[in-house]
Design a protein around this ligand. Structure first.
Ligand code: HEM
Length: 410
């Protein structure tokens, strides 16, 4: 954080700051406006659909500095919290997902999950994820083209995996898709978000009861025995923690599997290299994560003190959005940022965020992407879009950038 006095201190002027969010012109790059701002006004005011006027931050160094700064709060109850969905803040203030809390409250949840979310447990999920992926590809091959890759594959892989983590039934995948769509939808009302979360909590409550009666060795049993029974968390807190993990883990990974495949389909020479050198898959996954940065505007914060950044004073109580896609396309850090470079040396992207809230599921997400995309391109080598690239529709109004549907053929 800069020690010098601010030279270009900004305060909201009489003019209304430009509207935010802005849609992407290209699905594989952040909005062009981010680059203009990064060069000219790296800390700038915007106006949200709610009327709030937070700062957006577009430089890699600033995004990392802010997300690691203890003077920055993620508490959703703050009146200036820059929630983008109209119902998100009101519903979030009630359900208190730990992603929107601060230490020490946040630390308690983070420790609880991290204790059970071990590297070994994730590694042990590889055969199950591979089986899920193979079964879904078998079903696609059996049904024949065209197939919507989002529904038939991406969403099914991510939802089955995150539910498998908690031993939740996977026979109603659409239910979870609806819960996430409503709770992450920017036009959902507080009542709609509340009702969607309540139905999720009801389902999870039944699972907790079952584990209380007959605990096993699974992650949920460990959470029940080691944390709920031990009085570390209340039942509502446990429900909220599991609920946000399912919601956070589903939509992001679905988007990444579908858009990552799409991006590769646009680069046949890279696809050919990946098929020939499958050991490059982990490097490809990092590049896809960086380029797509689908969780661009998920890190929402409020300044808990005055903060000087790039000559601008962010005042205590101001909202802040640390734009991950802007950081991951900062040419100072990632030269030629839109280039899909399988040999790129710098892999320190912030697609999973940074600081205390950095994604807890990132190793699981990496594993899913590697298996899902790697198996898909190997088993269906002539996979291609069934329609025109220009006709595809994207989700610009959800918390996570994504694609509505993607018909593929082979
Ligand atoms: C490619 C897929 C994913 C992306 C891009 C992604 C991105 C992110 C980002 C950017 C954050 C930080 C938000 C902030 O700072 O406000 C985050 C947090 C989180 N993610 Fe992920 N995520 C992914 C997959 C997953 C998966 C698979 C899970 C769980 C199984 C998960 C669970 C969580 C949770 C619980 C948090 C909150 C952590 C905290 O506040 O301490 N995510 N994720």
């Amino acid at each position: 954080m800069t020690e010098t006095l601010p030279t270009g201190t900004q305060t909201p002027g009489t003019q209304t700051p430009p509207a935010f969010p802005v849609p992407r012109e290209c699905p594989f790059a952040p909005p062009e406006r981010y680059a203009e701002l990064r060069a000219a006004e790296p800390v700038s005011r915007v106006t949200l659909p709610t009327g709030k006027q937070p700062w957006i931050v577009t430089r890699y160094a600033d995004v990392r500095a802010l997300l690691a700064d203890p003077r920055v709060s993620a508490d959703i109850r703050h009146p200036n919290f820059p929630a983008m969905g109209i119902g998100e803040q009101e519903a979030g203030a009630k359900s208190r997902p730990f992603i929107r809390t601060d230490p020490p409250e946040h630390t308690r949840f983070r420790r609880m999950l991290q204790a059970e979310f071990t590297v070994k447990r994730i590694r042990d999920m590889r055969p199950a994820i591979q089986r899920t992926v193979d079964d879904l590809i078998d079903a696609m091959l059996d049904s024949g083209p065209p197939v919507d890759l989002v529904t038939a594959f991406a969403n099914a892989v991510s939802t089955t995996t995150v539910l498998g983590l908690f031993g939740a039934p996977t026979d109603d995948i659409e239910f979870f898709r609806d819960v996430t769509r409503i709770s992450g939808g920017r036009t959902s009302s507080a009542e709609e978000v509340g009702a969607a979360l309540a139905s999720l909590f009801r389902m999870l409550d039944g699972l907790i009861t079952a584990r209380e009666q007959a605990p096993g060795d699974d992650l949920l049993s460990k959470l029940v025995v080691n944390h709920l029974r031990a009085g570390v968390v209340t039942r509502h807190e446990l429900l909220s923690a599991i609920g946000i993990t399912i919601v956070a883990g589903r939509e992001t990974t679905t988007s990444m599997i579908a858009l990552g495949t799409l991006l590769l389909l646009r680069h046949p020479e890279k696809l050919a290299r990946l098929r020939a050198e499958p050991e490059l898959m982990p490097a490809a996954v990092e590049e896809l994560l960086r380029i797509l940065s689908v969780a661009d505007s998920i890190p929402l914060r409020v300044a808990a003190a005055d903060i000087d950044l790039d000559g601008t004073r962010i005042r205590e109580g101001d909202g802040i959005i640390a734009l991950l896609a802007a950081a991951d396309h900062d040419p100072e850090v990632f030269p030629d940022p839109q280039r899909l470079d399988l040999d790129r040396v710098n892999r320190h992207h912030v697609a999973f965020g940074y600081g205390v809230h950095q994604c807890i599921g990132q190793n699981l997400a990496r594993l899913e992407l590697e298996i899902a995309i790697g198996t898909l391109i190997r088993r269906i080598p002539d996979l291609r879009l069934a329609g025109a690239f220009d006709d595809l529709e994207y989700k610009n109004d959800a918390a996570t950038f994504g694609i509505e549907a993607m018909q593929v053929t082979w």
